[in-house]
Each structure stands twice: as C-alpha cells, then as structure tokens.
Write a protein that binds this ligand. Sequence first.
Ligand SMILES: C[S@@+](CC[C@H](N)C(=O)[O-])C[C@H]1O[C@@H](n2cnc3c(N)ncnc32)[C@H](O)[C@@H]1O
Length: 301
Amino acid sequence: MQEEIKPDTARHEANRQAWNAATQAHNSHKADQAVFFRGGGSTLFPEELDLLGNIRGRSILHLQCNAGQDTLSLAALGARVTGVDISDHAIEFARQLAADTAIPATFERADIYGWFAEAQAAGRQFDIVFCSYGFLCWLSDLRGWARGVASVLKPGGRFVAVEFHPFSMVFDDDWSRTDDYPTGGQPLDWRSGVGDYVAISGDGLTPSGWVEGVTSFRNPHPGHEWPWGLGDVVTALIEAGLTLETLREYPYSNGERRFVGMREGAGKRMYPPEGMPAVPLMFGLTARRGAAPVAHEASDR
Ligand SMILES: C[S@@+](CC[C@H](N)C(=O)[O-])C[C@H]1O[C@@H](n2cnc3c(N)ncnc32)[C@H](O)[C@@H]1O
C-alpha cells in the first residue's frame, strides 16, 4: 500500500505569495498585451495546438493558468474556457486582460486541490482539462491531482498537457549535470521562490514584444516545489482511471532560454548548443476518461 499524501496547503500558500511577486515581474517585460490579443495574437505553440485538436465549442478547464494569456488564446479559438490559479495577482491580471480584449473567459482564484473538491461537489465537468509549461513542480500530491483531473472530465473527455521534461532538471544553468532525476515528490524548499525566467528568456516568452520592465528581480518570498518524473505523472493518471493515448518527447523547449548557449530554431524552439547530444526538453501527453465512472479512491497496489 502506497503512503497516502495530502495536499500541502501551507506550502501552497507560501507559493501563492511567491507567484504574486513573480507574475508582476514577468508581466513587466511584456509589451501591451491587450493590443497584441486585439490584433489576433496568440501565445500558444504548435505542440499544444496539435495535442488539443479542434477545440471550437469545447469546454476547457485550464489549470494553473497564471495571468491568463494561454487561456484567452484558447478562448479566441472558440473554446469556452475556465482558468484557475492560486495567484491573486495573476487572476486579477487575467480578468483585466479579458475585459480589455473582449475575449470571453472565466477566471477563478483558488488552490486547485480545494477547487477540485468544490467542483466535484457541484458536478462541474469539462470536455478537456489542460495544463502546460511549468505546472508539474507545484503539485504536492500528484495522485490526488490526477484524481481531481479525472473527476472534472466528462466521460470521454481528454486531459492534455505540455510540460518541460523532468530530465532537463538534472542540468544546472550551464548544462553541468548537478541534480538527480526528479522523482518521488519530496518537497524542495527554496529561500527565494520563482525567479524572473521571462527576463532571462528575452523575446522568447514575450510574443507581444519585449520591454525591460523590472530589473534584478529577486523573489522576497520562499518557494516550495515537488520533484516528479515522467513515470510518476503517467502512473498517477493511469491510477486515476485515465487511458494514456499520446506521449511525446521533444528535443527543444518552447520560448524559454533556460540554459546557456541555447540555439533558437524556427518558432522560438530552443535547442541545446551545437555539438551537444539531443536530450528531451519537453514532453506532451493526452489521456482520456472512459465512459465508465472513475474510481476516486487511492489504489492500494
Ligand atoms: C509556470 S506557471 C504556469 C503557466 C501556465 N502554463 C500559463 O498558461 O501561463 C505555474 C502556475 O501555477 C500556479 N500554482 C502553483 N501552485 C498552485 C496551486 N496549488 N493551485 C493553483 N495554482 C497554482 C502559480 O500561481 C502559477 O501561476
């Protein structure tokens, strides 16, 4: 029997503060985003669009939506989208951006674990649950998260994710191999929480245009992460009753210049430096809920 883990709400609350501060720094580097969206701009990459397929008229739950740019990009394609995030600042920004662009989307500020419980009690269900870029390390209870995802999918509905590959976490900024492959989810506590990865990515993560904004950002709040590997994710989804349909690994990362010397390819795909062997830097997956009811109790295998 596996140890039953509970969501670590105290650490989540600390992360909320850290994300409030970081999101302000991140948005400070992005030129007028309302103008970008009103002009038909999108922040989505081909990988998630391909995995999502035709979303016109679909209901989508976008978990950990941050400041809502991808949520609004999904809505602009004709989906009915609800974004959920723990950060007050991110959700306020997302609501304002929706108002300024007249792109309809609903934003709810909540810890996803509490949100799942309320959504389940209210019988809320979606055609697609979507998670992307940077969601995984904030999940303190991976199996509980997977059960939550399954519980808010309609029968036949799909979970779609694109994420930085856990294997990339073994490297330091300069590609030296410094860390173990992440797995198991034992909490990692950092004195300074989320950094300004938008600043170090230059125009990679600012499709509306780059502005200097906040300089030398150091997060005043601590941050807490949970290391999960690809096997942990896939197993949690399967145990939650979902059927894995697609699992892809990509030898580049979209937009984020996370390591030194990354070479930029077409479409803001960032590759390792010339001469370095290919490694997986992102993964994408889809999993489907069957027509039968999903078992929400933890497996005792
Ligand atoms: C790297 S961002 C994800 C960005 C996202 N892929 C997008 O579309 O912009 C991670 C997000 O997870 C959120 N988050 C972290 N822990 C959370 C929790 N327990 N519940 C809800 N949101 C959480 C943070 O506030 C942050 O906005």
